[in-house]
Design a protein around this ligand. Structure first.
Ligand SMILES: [Zn+2]
Length: 52
């Protein structure tokens, strides 16, 4: 199964709590959290995997 990860945004002024990122079989293995942006504040360097 493609993995599902919980993502949190660590930007201080961002109100986003958590969102889920669902990988698909079609996504290249090298695609990671750093390739995405926060859907709320748009920051691409404040996303981190929850519980890590
Ligand atoms: Zn954010």
């Amino acid at each position: 199964m493609p993995k599902t990860v919980d993502i949190v945004c660590t930007a201080g002024d961002c109100e986003l709590d958590m969102f889920e990122l669902h990988y698909t079989y079609d996504m290249p293995a090298e695609v990671g959290i750093e390739d995405f942006q926060c859907p709320y504040c748009g920051s691409s360097d404040s996303l981190t995997e929850a519980g890590v």
